[in-house]
Design a protein around this ligand. Structure first.
Ligand code: CU
Length: 365
């Protein structure tokens, strides 16, 4: 029996009951109840999730501490010779004035805002290009028409000019929602797609989480109700060769062109290297969901590995998840063992280059 049917039935029963009350007040009560029930029915139906996102030029430091926080004695190697670059980011605002930024948790790093929707919802993103070149938002997984593809030179959303705005309309229908083997929510990536290769390296990357219908926390909170905490981590070697290093951002000169080329490959998790990604903290026994994203090129064969805890990946038990460029994977764990655990890419070369951080399980009192 559908929710709509039950509500209609209750409405009719209530109407009969109200009619049996005194004639003087019943019509007012009926009118009031009709408005109330209509509101309840509408709010239980699909929602439109609205976001205000700007693309902006920023300065990005891959290791704000200036240190190798995993193995301090090793230092930052050639990857620490230049740390701060001119980049771009998607930044979330509260409304169409684009004046008040929505704060993000520290662990999100360079990622743009996380959009949330429930299966059946519509998503409206008001995009303001505050940067200095045409940009877009191209979303994976959700339904869109050519006008809203944000790519391939089709439609007004394909290249939004500097200083201009465009509102993207996407549908989080059942084909965007968790499948039979998925947990109660899954992750999709979005990124700029005018010059997609460059713009991903620019830092114009964000994610959308779609929750299975009925698994949302409430009509106002589309996040899944069966988990305590969720993190999203992007494994990407940012190629900063040719990018402007911010003045005084370079700490030391490179010894050779080869060294410079390697030093500009930032093996980052959420845009941070050598443990500088902070804030991945949960409480013991928390049910934790990890949304994993892989992007990049041939060097971007990553294997996300947790110390201290295993995860369930589509019903299979593991502690290493493979990520190729364009991968979007959602895995779950119960964080049983307290500790300050390594979380790193298991590819040897990437370990050396700093694709590692820590996640922490705070013990129960
Ligand atoms: Cu890797």
């Amino acid at each position: 029996m559908s929710l709509k049917f039950i509500k209609s039935f209750l409405f009719i029963r209530l109407t009969y009951w109200l009619r049996s009350l005194s004639q003087a007040t019943s019509y007012q009560l009926i009118a009031f109840t009709t408005v109330l029930l209509s509101f309840c029915i509408v709010s239980a139906e699909a929602a439109t999730r609205e976001y205000w996102i700007a693309a902006e030029k920023v300065q990005w430091n891959y290791a704000p501490s200036g240190k190798n926080l995993i193995r301090p004695a090793m230092g930052l190697g050639v990857w620490g010779k230049a740390l701060t670059y001119e980049k771009y980011r998607y930044v979330q605002y509260t409304d169409n004035t684009f004046t008040t930024q929505v704060e993000q948790p520290m662990w999100m790093g360079i990622l743009g805002p996380q959009i949330h929707a429930v299966e059946g919802d519509s998503v409206k993103v008001h995009f303001f290009n505050r940067a200095d070149k045409p940009l877009s938002i191209h979303v994976h997984g959700l339904q869109y028409d050519e006008e809203n593809e944000g790519a391939d030179m089709k439609g007004s959303g394909a290249a939004v000019q500097p200083g201009s705005t465009f509102t993207y309309h996407w549908e989080a229908d059942s084909d965007a929602a968790p499948g039979p083997n998925d947990p109660s929510s899954i992750v999709w990536v979005y990124h700029s797609h005018v010059e997609a290769v460059t713009e991903v390296y620019d830092g114009l990357i964000g994610t959308i989480v779609v929750t299975k219908k009925g698994m949302e926390r409430s009509s106002d909170d589309p996040r899944p109700k069966d988990i305590d905490k969720a993190f999203t981590t992007l494994f990407l070697v940012f190629n900063e060769n040719g990018r402007k290093i911010v003045e005084s951002g370079q700490t030391e000169a490179y010894e050779s062109p080869e060294e410079e080329e390697e030093g500009n490959l930032k093996h980052a998790i959420n845009g941070f290297i050598f443990g500088n990604l902070q804030g991945l903290e949960v409480n013991q026994d928390d049910s934790v969901r990890w949304y994993l994203i892989g992007l990049g090129t041939e060097v971007d064969m990553h294997t996300a590995h947790w110390h201290g805890q295993t995860v369930l990946n589509s019903g299979k038990r593991t502690d290493v998840v493979e990520l190729l460029p364009g991968s979007m994977v959602t895995v779950d764990m119960i964080a049983k063992t307290p500790g300050n655990w390594l979380y790193h890419c298991h590819v040897a070369d990437h370990i050396t280059a700093g694709m590692n951080t820590r996640w922490r399980v705070v013990p129960k009192r």
